[in-house]
Design a protein around this ligand. Structure first.
Ligand code: DGL
Length: 265
């Protein structure tokens, strides 16, 4: 069986943040081809009204599943999955959706100070899903939710090679750092798949060292569990491609995709 005979894995995000998950997924599923879908026409998802965004995502998936018939879909976007994960599973019961949710449980298990921050889009911090995660897994911790208006955009600019201003980034991450009764935040959950691209910048600008928790590998492991292992005899990069809902990604984005071995359809 060749790589082309196997169904591809579809990885979805509002922009290029899902590449942080794709990177890990490829390591664990070398026999599979990948279709990366960026809903850049809808980016950023963080500020969308909930009903309208759910409708948009459901309608996109009606087309995507019909066109590409993937083995599974990885929703590499906290903002999309915490909102529309249940609706997707209900609308397409034959498809497996692997989701991305804020890594609050592992953070609560790992923190020593008991002070954890969740850095996410304004959409994700508002979600009932996120509140439920805190209640179920982190009730013994002090969890600070930080909804960032600008970081997803800044991360897109950064990864495309445009300069980003240190002060602008510092302003976005500063609320994550809490001091309380002599204790300090020791874990910041990167609850938007765009943010791990900037982890080095965050580390440099942080007022003190913390663990920046990136869930990409855990998501990839979960995806691997859902995809039957198969022998393959061919390793062609040419099978992997990216789809942009705008139909027109800019030059820097095209180059970035090339760097990830993704053709643009
Ligand atoms: N990458 C997305 C997430 O994980 C969000 C970026 C956006 O569209 O605002 O939440």
């Amino acid at each position: 069986m060749t790589r082309h005979d196997l169904k591809p894995i579809l990885v979805f995000d509002s922009g290029i943040g899902g590449l942080t998950v794709l990177r890990e997924a490829r390591v664990l599923m070398p026999e599979r081809g990948f279709i990366y879908v960026a809903d850049d026409a809808g980016f950023p998802y963080g500020g969308w009204e909930e009903e309208a965004l759910t409708k948009r995502i459901l309608s996109l998936f009606t087309d995507l599943l019909g066109t590409y018939q993937p083995e599974i879909c990885v929703i590499a976007c906290n903002t999309a999955f915490t909102l529309a994960g249940a609706a997707l599973r209900q609308a397409f019961p034959m498809m497996t959706f692997v989701g991305t949710v804020p890594a609050i449980k592992p953070a609560a298990e790992r923190t020593r100070s008991g002070l954890v921050s969740v850095l996410a889009t304004p959409g994700t911090v508002k979600r009932a899903y996120t509140r439920d995660l805190i209640q179920s897994f982190a009730s013994q911790c002090h969890v600070r939710l930080v909804g960032s208006e600008n970081l997803a955009r800044l991360a897109e600019a950064y990864i495309r090679g445009e300069g980003v201003n240190d002060e602008a980034v510092t302003a976005e991450i500063a609320p994550c750092f809490v001091e309380k009764d002599g204790a300090r935040t020791d874990i910041v959950v990167l609850a938007c798949t765009h943010y791990p691209f900037m982890a080095n910048v965050f580390r440099r600008l942080a007022p003190w060292p913390v663990d920046w928790l990136d869930p990409a590998e855990a998501i990839a492991r979960q995806a691997r569990r859902m995809v039957p292992a198969a022998d393959h005899t061919e390793h062609g990069q040419d099978y992997d491609f990216a789809v942009f809902t705008s139909g027109n990604p800019d030059f820097a984005t095209r180059r970035l995709m090339q760097g990830f071995g993704l053709r643009i359809l």
